[in-house]
Design a protein around this ligand. Structure first.
Ligand code: ISE
Length: 331
């Protein structure tokens, strides 16, 4: 393990990239933010100026190749991940890549194979729910055997609102993708088949957008999972998972925050977005990535997990269009 802090460069300075830059600069032990990159030069220079000794690049590939950068956190849009991941693999740098790994199965497999050719695990994918304290406790409970064999998972994934440009296919590839990883992780199995149903849409959905959607996964071992994904739910950010096993069941995401009684009413708060609900998960995910990278390991979701999720989502988009179940075929 290196004795000095890990020097991290962040690629992409949109909402997530800026959030991770702040996390690395202020709340991550044994790491320093040394560079940020984004084609929007004004934006990246403004972000760099918030921190001491942080270089600003317009070209992400320049950051990736900069010898002052030990490791890379990719938070750019998914459609540019392939080129950036290949550049990271080419220079042998550990990389935490926000989901999705890439936008399609072929390019995701290209990343898996390019990494494999180096003989080293370098890529971790940003499925941060695995680092959420509640989901991690659920995984530990299920793996511990107290509830017996896992039979079913029931997921709810609601966003308060999204831009009208967030189309039906994005709901699968950018939102449901989290449940794809959660179900693979909790069952410890691949997803064999996906069916995505189109209920009557909310009147708040943009024209032609299927929102909410219901997805059903059939797991390799015969278990099943249902997911309601609803991105204009109007309430707030609600993410829940109920696990039904042979000897019991368990639920995470019930929003057990402060229970308030006032003015003849009782209730609590529903978070506004994922940065609030999963703030601790992102902190733990990045801290764990820095610590494992300094040990020369990848201990979180791998490029294979990113590839498998991309293939399942590709099948999900096909099912959304046809309404029929679609078999998932992994290479
Ligand atoms: C967003 O990209 C995320 O990753 C959030 O976790 C998810 O809830 C949201 O739907 C996505 O758009």
């Amino acid at each position: 393990m290196s004795s000095r802090p890990l020097r991290v460069g962040v690629v992409g300075v949109g909402m997530m990239g800026a959030d991770h830059a702040e996390r690395l600069a202020n709340r991550t032990a044994n790491a320093t933010l040394v560079a940020v990159a984004d084609p929007d030069l004004d934006r990246v220079q403004q972000l760099a100026a918030r921190y001491a000794d942080v270089a600003a690049y317009a070209d992400p590939i320049e950051l990736i190749r900069d010898e002052r950068v030990d490791a890379v956190l990719i938070a750019s849009p998914g459609f540019v991940h392939t080129e950036q991941l290949l550049a990271c693999i080419d220079v042998g740098k550990y990389t935490l890549c926000e989901k999705p790994l890439t936008m399609d199965a072929a390019s995701a497999l290209q990343i898996v194979e390019a990494e494999r050719a180096t003989g080293r695990r370098l890529i971790q994918v940003g499925f941060m729910r695995r680092f959420d304290p509640e989901y991690a406790a659920l995984k530990q409970l299920l793996d511990g055997g107290e509830l017996g064999r896992l039979l079913l998972l029931h997921n709810v994934h609601r966003n308060k609102d999204v831009p009208d440009s967030f189309l039906s296919e994005m709901i699968v590839r950018d939102s449901l993708v989290h449940e794809v990883d959660v179900c693979r992780w909790l069952f410890g199995e691949e997803i064999d088949e996906i069916t995505v149903y189109s209920p009557a849409a909310t009147s708040r959905a943009a024209a032609g957008v299927v929102d909410p959607q219901i997805a059903v996964f059939r797991m390799a071992g015969g278990g099943m999972a249902t997911t309601e994904v609803f991105v204009k739910c109007a309430v707030g950010y609600e993410v829940r998972c109920e696990a039904t096993a042979e000897l019991g069941n368990a639920t995470v995401g019930l929003g057990s925050g402060v229970f308030v009684r006032s003015n003849n009413r009782w209730g609590g708060q529903v978070p506004d977005d994922f940065r609030v609900r999963f703030g601790a998960a992102y902190d733990d995910e990045v801290q764990s990535w820095v610590d494992s990278t300094r040990r020369g390991e990848v201990t979180g979701p791998t490029s294979w997990d990113g590839y498998a999720a991309t293939v399942v989502c590709e099948a999900g988009v096909e099912s959304l269009s046809s309404g029929a179940p679609v078999k998932v075929t992994l290479s």
